[in-house]
Write a protein that binds this ligand. Structure first.
Ligand code: ADP
Ligand code: ZN
Length: 519
């Protein structure tokens, strides 16, 4: 007489794991009790088992909706390898193959069937399903159902109908996107009925989050990387930038390679393999790099350019420190990137889309410019409220100190005015610092009263200060005119001495001591 199967026995005997990860068992029990659920866990958190285990414990078929054909195939292959009868139904199969799969579905031969969303809600398919025993609908990447999600898909919209056609079959939504707006929208769109909402932890305590003013990125990257042990990834926002940065770093003696989707696939594979086997220390890449790559000992992830959403930032930085040892996520921040990204988003034609993207970007910007614990900002974004500061980010380790920056601000503002609001920041700084450059002398700017009044501080210091003035709304960057600096209305009061300016002391380098003391 065999023992009754339990979630734990399935986990052990079928999947070969010893124990559940946090949240899995709770979700599985709710599902077995017939309850709807929404599972929010970071990528790699173990979402798949949340529906795969109940699928094997329930009598009928579990349908899994997934947006990507390649992922379906991987999942099905993995299940088959565990001895689970599973299949997928996509346009990648021939007509004949599809009919065969459908026939086996009819005969109850599968425990799990992966389908694309448009297939699932097709009237013929719904009709077929109504004649067989369906135990569960699992909607993977459930954020695709929401306009608030970063990856809205029209096909997902119709999944709300599932509850209409199958009112007594539980629906489980799963996603790694967990900002409160998206979460609320998923619940509504999928019409989940009194669901269990499982909010997993998004915290990665071994990753230290740091930000540094981007001002001479090549020097900064070189200095940073040479002070590091182990391998890392540098993300750039374009293929051109990837090529440029990897070329320059290689010239500076760093063992690196570029990676982007425009490269030949054989070369990409070689680069990837060399990185995985520690023959290349640093990968300079677009976001194309990293999907499905599991290198546990990545010690740092650098963002050369500001990402557009916290989700992508989190996803990309999450590739650091998978082994649990201390790792660092360094964001090079430049106010000009902000202006540029806003400009791009402004080109979005759909006004609703544009509003969503602006809001998502605002959250990224708030993280980058935060004056309070960065981990708190990050986790709050994912709906994981945290009352105490983390002790393992630049803000916690080196809290910003403030000073009365009125005089320094006046120097900048009056110099912008003297230069007729027609120069970008580097030129402004060259004038402030009294550099004897041909360009300056030829245009007579060495005769200005503001020439040389900023000698005492470095270029980097002034860059940081200018960024703070931009952030405080005194100065703006005109991206349509070669990033020229312009004064805003509020600058007047500062120039007239009617308003004081409180600024943070610019932090010129990361000097935070040894990485991550974890308790
Ligand atoms: P997600 O879909 O959340 O990104 P996956 O379901 O793909 O994550 O799981 C990530 C990895 O963790 C997989 O390799 C999976 O086999 C493994 N995993 C999941 N649950 C457990 C567990 N309870 N014990 C050990 N490994 C697990
Ligand atoms: Zn902190």
């Amino acid at each position: 007489m065999s023992e009754a199967k339990t979630p734990l026995s399935v986990l052990r005997e079928v999947f070969g794991y010893n124990s559940f990860r946090e949240g899995q068992e709770q979700v599985i029990q709710a599902c077995l009790a017939g309850r709807d659920s929404l599972v929010l866990m970071p990528t790699g958190g173990g979402k798949s088992l949340c529906y795969q285990v109940p699928a094997l414990l329930m009598p009928g078929l579990t349908l899994v909706v997934s947006p990507l054909i390649s992922l379906m195939k991987d999942q099905v292959d993995a299940l088959l390898a565990c001895g689970v009868s599973a299949a997928y139904l996509t346009s990648a199969l021939s007509r004949q193959e599809q009919l065969e799969v459908l026939a086996r579905v009819q005969d109850g031969k599968y425990k799990l069937l992966y389908v694309a969303p448009e297939r699932l809600v097709h009237p013929d398919f719904i009709h077929r399903l109504q004649h067989i025993d369906v135990s569960l609908f699992a909607v993977d990447e459930a954020h695709c159902v929401s306009h608030w999600g970063h990856d809205f898909r029209q096909d997902y919209m119709a999944l709300g109908q599932l509850k209409h056609f199958f009112p007594s079959v539980p629906v489980m939504g799963l996603t790694a996107t967990a900002d409160p707006a998206t979460r609320a929208d998923i619940l509504q769109q999928l019409r989940l009925d009194a669901p269990l909402v499982y909010q997993g932890s998004f915290d990665r305590p071994n990753i230290r989050y740091t930000q540094l003013q981007k001002y001479k990125p090549m020097d900064q990257l070189e200095a940073y990387i040479k002070g590091q042990e182990g391998s890392g990834i540098i993300y750039c926002n374009s293929r051109k930038k990837v090529e440029d940065v990897s070329f320059k770093l290689a010239n500076r003696g760093i063992n690196c390679a570029g990676y982007h989707a425009g490269m030949e696939s054989e070369i990409r594979e070689i680069v990837q393999r060399k990185f995985l086997t520690d023959h290349i220390d640093v990968i300079v890449a677009t976001v194309a790099f990293g999907m499905g790559i599991n290198k546990p000992n990545v010690r740092f992830v650098i963002h050369h350019d500001l990402p557009r959403t916290i989700e992508s930032y989190y996803q990309e930085t999450g590739r650091a420190g998978r082994d649990g040892s201390p790792a660092e996520a360094l964001l090079l921040f430049d106010e000009k990137d902000v202006a540029r990204i806003r400009e791009w988003i402004g080109l979005t034609e759909n006004p609703q889309r544009q509003a969503v993207e602006l809001q998502r970007f605002a959250a990224m910007e708030a993280f980058a410019e935060s004056q309070t614990c960065r981990r708190q900002v990050l986790l709050n974004y994912f709906g994981q409220y945290n009352a105490s500061a983390c002790g393992n980010c630049d803000i916690c380790l080196d809290p910003p100190k403030r000073f009365d920056g009125t005089v320094a601000a006046q120097k900048v503002l009056s110099c912008i005015l003297r230069l007729e609001q027609a120069v970008a920041s580097q030129y402004l700084i060259d004038v402030l610092r009294g550099k004897k450059l041909k360009r300056i002398i030829d245009s007579g700017h060495d005769q200005l009263s503001t020439y040389g009044i900023g000698k005492d501080e470095s270029d980097a210091w002034w860059h940081n200060l200018i960024n703070q003035l931009i952030h405080q709304g005194l100065v703006r960057v005109d991206i349509t005119q070669n990033a020229m600096l312009k004064l805003n209305e509020a600058a007047r009061a500062v120039l007239k001495g009617e308003m004081t300016v409180s600024l943070a002391v610019p932090r010129m380098s990361l000097n935070l001591g040894k990485k991550a003391k974890l308790d």
